[in-house]
Ligand binder design. Sequence first.
Ligand code: ZN
Length: 69
Amino acid sequence: MSKKRFIAGATCPSCKESDTMRWWQEHHVEMVECVKCGHTDRRSPIASEASESDPKQEDGQVIGIFKPQ
Ligand SMILES: [Zn+2]
């Protein structure tokens, strides 16, 4: 089951439209798709299996956080 959800405020890197991006999870990978131009992209794997001792923090991006506006 993959539920696609729109990403509020996201801008498509391809057609530059905003609020056209939606995302879903596929095999623990976050996919994003632009419904306007069909651009798709793959987000980094979710850090659930990342080493706990790694102090690096790369997940500063807001994708996946949805605040109703
Ligand atoms: Zn687009």
